[in-house]
Design a binder for this molecule. Structure first.
Ligand code: CP
Length: 388
């Protein structure tokens, strides 16, 4: 608890080693240049994975390293895509998902658990319901390092309602690939050479600038939106439109509003996909739309009355709304979607703009690229890619 009381790591430098990412804790650590590097490595890995020789090369790359997946909050995509990413690169991985199976039930602290993991593994990937726990563990590792003790990188795979930086990485990677595919090479904002399947495409993230991004649903309690909004604020000329019920718990939190205000990004907050933006309904203005689930698991009994008054139909996508979106505007969702709430009904899945299943698969490639970066194997991948 005392470690959680420490101030937020203010300096990205504390999360780096020799100019490279060491711990991955929040999305604000990533510059546009680093995002491009990761996307390029991810593209190289996915191309090499298409043939046996490439798979064998990748599998030998980190076969001497071990990763711990410490997930004490439910997960399908993040857990499995990190596990698959480890397998692609040959890392051995092990897991603790249920604290009841660990000695935390005997009174051991999480920090002692983490320190034990660092004794046996070379990297700890962690998800926790506790905001900033991953950050505190990064502090712990830095303290150990200062005292000449064993210390390993920490990767935040989702921490409470505050950050989910690797989800933001895969969201940006999906947007890069989508926009690079749709925009002609000479478009003023999309300086990429155009996406060709399986071909690395350089600084495609330029295509993320100058756009209108819609975020719809439960913004206040959604860590994925918080992390992605900070990454999109890295690109000039962007406009972020938050579509949420007018409710304290669901609207954007003040700290994110403040952080975005410090960036060169326009922020609009509206209460419906039909709200007017520059004279057109929001749904028709978006260059990309990021839907989210209402996170009922965070509801308290006191919320029930005020939430009952909300008309949630304004936060559900329908085929009729999709028909009014821009022709190439991708629809994203971090998933899981809620079959009972129905923010994206399955009828929309066949629409070419529906990116959410690709998004989930992209998570495996970009997480493999991130592991390669943190464990200093991305240079070897690039050399192999360019010489085969
Ligand atoms: N998007 C996401 O984090 O999914 P999981 O909770 O299934 O990992």
């Amino acid at each position: 608890a005392d470690r959680l009381a420490r101030p937020v790591i203010a300096k990205t430098a504390e999360l780096q080693l020799n100019g490279r990412l060491r711990h991955v804790i929040f999305s604000g650590q990533f510059s546009a240049a680093t995002l491009d590097d990761l996307a390029e490595t991810a593209n190289q890995i996915r191309v090499l994975s298409k043939h046996r020789a490439g798979q064998d090369f990748l599998r030998n790359l980190l076969s001497h390293r071990r990763a711990m997946l410490y997930f004490t909050q439910p997960s399908t995509r993040t857990f499995l895509s990190f596990m698959a990413a480890c397998q692609i690169l040959g890392l051995t991985c092990n897991e603790v998902r249920d604290p009841q199976t660990s000695s935390e039930t005997k009174g051991e602290t999480r920090f002692d658990s983490i320190r034990m993991f660092s004794s046996y593994f070379d990297l700890i990937i962690m998800r926790s319901p506790i905001a900033r726990l991953a950050e505190s563990c990064a502090y712990l590792m830095n303290d150990l390092s200062v005292h000449g003790q064993r210390s390993v990188p920490i990767i935040n795979a989702g921490s409470g309602a505050d950050e989910h930086p690797t989800q933001a990485l895969l969201d940006v990677y999906t947007l890069q690939r989508t926009f690079a595919r749709e925009e002609p090479a000479d478009t003023p904002l999309g300086a990429s050479p155009g996406f060709r399947p399986g071909v690395a495409f350089g600084s495609a993230s330029n295509g993320l600038a100058g756009k209108t991004y819609g975020f719809c649903g439960d913004i206040g309690r959604g860590r994925t939106v918080r992390s992605l909004a900070m990454l999109l604020a890295e690109y000039p000329g962007n406009r972020l439109v938050f579509v949420t019920p007018d409710h304290d718990k669901l609207r954007m939190r003040d700290d994110l509003r403040r952080r975005l205000a410090d960036r060169n990004v326009t922020v609009l907050e509206v209460d419906s996909l039909e709200a007017q933006i520059d004279g057109v309904p929001a749904i028709e203005a978006f260059d990309a739309l990021y839907m989210t689930r209402v996170q009922k698991e965070h509801d308290t009994p006191e919320d029930a009355e005020s939430f009952a008054a909300i008309d949630y139909s304004a936060y559900r996508l329908t085929p009729a709304l999709v028909a009014r979106m821009k022709a190439h505007a991708p629809i994203l969702h971090p998933f899981p979607r809620d079959q009972h709430f129905g923010e994206i009904p399955p009828e929309i899945d066949a629409d070419p703009r529906a990116m959410y299943f690709r998004q989930a698969r992209n998570g495996m490639w970009i997480r493999a690229a991130l592991l390669a970066h943190v464990l200093d194997a991305d240079g070897a991948i690039a050399r192999h890619f360019h010489h085969t």
